[in-house]
Design a protein around this ligand. Structure first.
Ligand code: H2B
Length: 112
């Protein structure tokens, strides 16, 4: 495989509205996906896991009940590459297909 090239974080985030820069010093992107229950969360993780294995590109992630926290970076490159961008897009589509719920938006909760 050709060595994937590091992409500027801002350029990647422009294409991924629900992802953010990882907190701290790591060149990585993160998002949280929330589901109605554990079963949906784990179904989502199974699909992403199979895709990750197929691509030989794997998320760093954790799950607590209905929430999945995901961090993507390319260890070999020491930063975010096309591999992360493409996996993030797959994750976003799969999250919707698996019934991810929208996180509460702070502006809707203000003043209640
Ligand atoms: N996943 C991620 N996210 N980054 C990598 O650099 C990476 C990977 N490298 N999965 C692959 C596997 C490689 O390290 C191993 C040796 O196959």
């Amino acid at each position: 495989m050709n060595r994937p090239k590091k992409l500027p974080l801002a350029e990647v985030l422009d294409q991924l509205p629900v992802w953010s820069a990882a907190p701290g010093q790591r060149d990585a992107i993160v998002r949280r996906v929330v589901f109605g229950d554990f079963s949906r969360a784990f179904g989502f993780m199974s699909r992403v896991a199979m895709q990750a294995e197929k691509r030989d590109h794997h998320p760093e992630w954790s799950n607590v009940y209905n929430k999945v926290d995901i961090l993507l970076t390319t260890h070999d490159a020491g930063g975010v590459t096309e591999l992360d961008l493409e996996l993030a897009k797959f994750i976003d589509v799969t999250a919707l297909q698996c019934g991810a719920v929208d996180p509460p938006r702070p502006n809707l909760l203000r003043g209640r």
